[in-house]
Design a protein around this ligand. Structure first.
Ligand SMILES: Cc1cc2nc3c(=O)[nH]c(=O)nc-3n(C[C@H](O)[C@H](O)[C@H](O)COP(=O)(O)O)c2cc1C
Length: 303
């Protein structure tokens, strides 16, 4: 028998534990020809703000020996234009699409969430953790993070995920604060704050100096965050996100306590990575005689 890949992430049922991470598949609609969204339980659109944001100046991407730095600054057309552009096409995406909201203040987050609900997104991800806006990510502060989640909770009936920052130390109080404020799950996590300098030109890799570091190298950091939240708050549903490019990484995150796992940077090199991961997950489950992938959640063996 074929093992089941379906999982629950809090109240939301997903046909697969794989989720496409925000900002790595465009608006979802624009990537529909390149990425096989049928392989994902959900796909998250790039974060959208109340009004258009032009983002940062170039360079906004800097390669590193392991992974990449980005300092895009969440360039986006604003929620009104986004809805016109993306809304009419959501029905033909072969998985559920989630909106991602970002803003400079509490009211902005709530306004975008309320507005997005009308176009048929199935959940709202709250991006509390963008590392390359000016100032400190909201996700480093439990009080403001909870305030934003509470406002979004009132503004929408959709399920909501709160996207945390791996730079929050300690991270558990932030996870508890957003869950207490009405989040249905936590997304663990966004990029790690990072930077680089080209020694020949002496210019920073990113125009904004500090940006988000993502890819393979951050996986152990995100893994630590997942383990800490799962140990301290076992009822908190976790969508793990950081450095996934292989089925082994998905299994590892599930064992650590995640219910579902997002793929981000890997899409740039391997747009069809979810097809390979899905086949390899099926193989792993058969090899270990596991009928339902959700049995892996939190099932690591402590020493
Ligand atoms: C180019 C780029 C753009 C991103 N844009 C967003 C965004 O708009 N909203 C968001 O919540 N996360 C954004 N992220 C973060 C990813 O969704 C993900 O959390 C992070 O990259 C860690 O996962 P990964 O190592 O698999 O890439 C972006 C990441 C990259 C690389």
């Amino acid at each position: 028998m074929r093992p089941t890949l379906g999982v629950f992430l809090g109240p939301v049922e997903l046909s697969s534990p794989l989720v496409a991470a925000s900002g790595t598949v465009g608006s979802v609609v624009e990537f529909a020809k390149i990425i096989d969204f049928a392989r994902y339980g959900a796909a998250t659109a790039k974060s959208v703000a109340p009004e258009p944001w032009s983002g940062r100046l170039a360079p906004r991407i800097a390669p590193t020996n392991a992974g990449m730095l980005n300092g895009i600054g969440i360039q986006n057309p604003g929620v009104d234009a986004w809805k016109e552009d993306v809304g009419p096409h959501l029905g033909r995406i072969p998985t559920q699409v989630w909106g991602s909201v970002v803003a400079h203040d509490v009211q902005g987050f709530a306004a975008v969430a309320a507005s997005m609900e009308t176009v048929g997104v199935r959940a709202i991800e709250i991006n509390l953790s963008c590392p390359n806006l000016d100032g400190t990510p909201f996700a480093l502060d439990p009080v403001i993070s909870a305030e934003i989640v509470r406002a979004v909770r009132i503004a929408t009936t959709l399920p909501i995920g709160a996207k945390l920052s791996p730079d929050a130390m300690p991270i558990v109080p932030i996870a508890d604060a957003v869950m207490g404020a009405g989040a249905d799950w936590v997304v663990v996590a966004n990029t790690v704050m990072g930077a680089s300098i080209d020694i020949e030109t002496r210019r920073p890799g990113l125009s904004g100096l500090i940006g988000g570091y993502s890819g393979e190298a951050i996986r152990p950091i995100t893994m630590r965050c997942v383990l800490q939240i799962a140990a301290a708050s076992p009822d908190t549903p976790i969508l793990a996100c950081g450095g996934v490019s292989h089925a082994d990484h998905v299994v590892e995150y599930l064992l650590a306590g995640a219910s579902a796992v997002a793929i981000g940077t890997a899409h740039f090199a391997l747009p069809r990575v979810a097809s390979t991961i899905t086949k390899d997950l099926q193989r792993y489950l058969r090899r270990h005689d596991i009928d339902n992938i959700s049995d892996l959640t939190g099932a690591y063996e402590p020493w």
